[in-house]
Design a protein around this ligand. Structure first.
Ligand code: SAM
Length: 437
């Protein structure tokens, strides 16, 4: 038996333990195996290895189920891609989003490439050669460590700080997260004792100023927080049932992207990998290829990352509208775009906004959450965009679905690049350029 540390969450204790041999990867970071004629999706495994795995589905429904889901318990014959995990304390289920930490980094990218190709093929996306699909590392990312600029920690009822197990309420002591940015690790949050009533802690390592810590708990009193010396000049806030309360510093941090600086909320969305914002802004700027005078929509715009960059090209004669559903992010987008010629920010649902815009736009960038854009928005864009659509996606399955719809509506894929912006996890980021066929 291979000496691989394994742990099964208490939550999943009920299912049978089976011995299976995995084959190819499946969406969601699992690997396909067969047991007594049934497909089993095995988490915590790797391609072509024999493992014992605990079935995690409701035991009462197993007989009639088409497939089972299972979690690796022990590795009997390891995959050639298996390496000692970069985060042993996280266990085999990759607590806190490190579900591929036991797979060699180049193999992670090869496997993610296979999954992306498979998803595009299954969705019947035909306008881009699958052989040209390749997941690339982020520039300068040698080991896939220290990249995470946003980390959420869980706190149990006894005040111990850790991370939640996968699909579990159990809080595990995990040590400092090796994927987290050095500024987050330096806060040593997993050995800190938070005030009573803390439910979670968010840590943020912005590129341009001090880190931030947000202490979350419905009934927390901001007056109860004493800030450890080791946190230096970190921003500190409390999020309780009445909202966000600054204890020290500010409720926003500054992020540097190339030669621009943007203001981002300590609790709002920002690209997680330390290099993602710059990389994606560069790729989107080039791929969108906007010209002076163009009208551009930046849908799901967050605090205006892409609009801030594109506005420099389109200039005063052009128009860039950043459209964001979250009010707080929409307000920050307004602030970030105040000095960008021709740029403005709207707080609106992306689909509602496009439905109202009968004049259309020359070019559009969209960067939806994992659920993707969906049929209605893609169909509206297919009608109303004159030149180019750049689709930035963090979820390949919904991207493939949306690309197939765009192809049916007369658009084709001009370029597709995929980036490993979440090393040691199965997640990837994809940027697709669409043009009229
Ligand atoms: C993946 S983030 C991208 C943000 C931005 N492009 C960036 O890179 O910083 C998705 C954003 O879409 C926003 N969002 C989610 N659903 C939305 C909707 N239906 N309409 C508009 N924005 C939405 C979220 O609040 C979030 O800011």
């Amino acid at each position: 038996m291979a000496a691989v540390e394994s742990r099964t969450s208490e939550q999943h204790g009920g299912g049978p333990v089976i011995t299976v041999t995995t084959t190819v990867p499946a969406a969601g970071g699992t690997f396909v195996a067969r047991h007594e004629g049934r497909v089993v999706f095995v988490r915590g495994s790797a391609p072509h290895e024999t493992v014992t795995a605990r079935v995690i589905d409701d035991p009462s429904g197993l007989d009639g189920a088409r497939f089972w889901r299972a979690e690796t318990v022990d590795v009997l014959e390891p995959s050639v891609d298996r390496v000692p995990t970069v985060w042993p304390e996280a266990g085999t289920d990759g607590v806190g989003g490190a579900d591929w930490a036991h797979i060699a980094l180049p193999a992670q990218r090869r496997i993610a490439t296979d999954v992306l190709r498979e998803l595009l093929q299954r969705a019947k996306v035909t306008s881009f050669p699958l052989d040209d699909v390749q997941v690339e590392p982020a520039p300068h990312d040698e080991d896939g460590l220290g990249w995470r600029t946003r980390v959420r920690l869980a706190v149990d009822e006894r005040g111990r700080v850790g991370m939640r197990g996968w699909r579990s309420h159990e809080v595990r002591p995990v040590g400092e997260n090796p994927l987290a940015a050095p500024a987050i690790r330096a806060l040593a949050l997993t050995s800190w004792t938070p005030p009573a009533g803390t439910e979670a802690i968010d840590a943020v390592a912005p590129s341009a100023d001090e880190p931030a810590v947000v202490i979350i708990g419905r009934d927390l009193d901001p007056g109860d927080v004493s800030i450890p010396e080791g946190w230096g000049a970190a921003h500190v806030a409390v999020q309780n049932s009445s909202g966000l309360h600054v204890v020290r510093g500010a409720e926003t941090v500054r992020e540097r992207v190339g030669d621009q600086e943007l203001v981002v909320g300590v609790t709002g969305f920002w690209q997680v990998h330390r290099d993602a914002a710059s990389l994606l802004a560069d790729v989107v700027e080039r791929d969108l290829a906007a010209r002076p005078g163009d009208s551009v929509w930046d849908l799901y715009g967050g605090v205006g990352l892409f609009a801030a960059r594109i506005g420099r090209t389109t200039g005063l004669d052009g128009e860039v509208v950043s459209v964001e559903g979250n009010k707080r992010a929409g307000r920050l987008a307004q602030q970030n775009l105040a000095d960008v010629p021709g740029a403005s920010a709207r707080t609106s649902d992306a689909t509602d906004f496009v439905r109202e815009q009968r004049r259309g736009a020359d070019r559009v960038v969209l960067d939806p959450p994992r659920a993707g854009a969906g049929a209605e928005l893609i169909e509206l864009l297919a009608e109303r965009v004159r030149e180019r659509i750049v689709y930035v996606s963090c979820e390949p399955s919904t991207l493939a679905r949306d690309l197939a719809i765009a192809e049916q509506k007369g658009w084709r894929i001009e370029d597709l690049r995929a980036f490993d912006l979440y090393p040691h996890t199965h997640h990837i980021e994809t940027v697709v350029v669409l043009e009229r066929d």
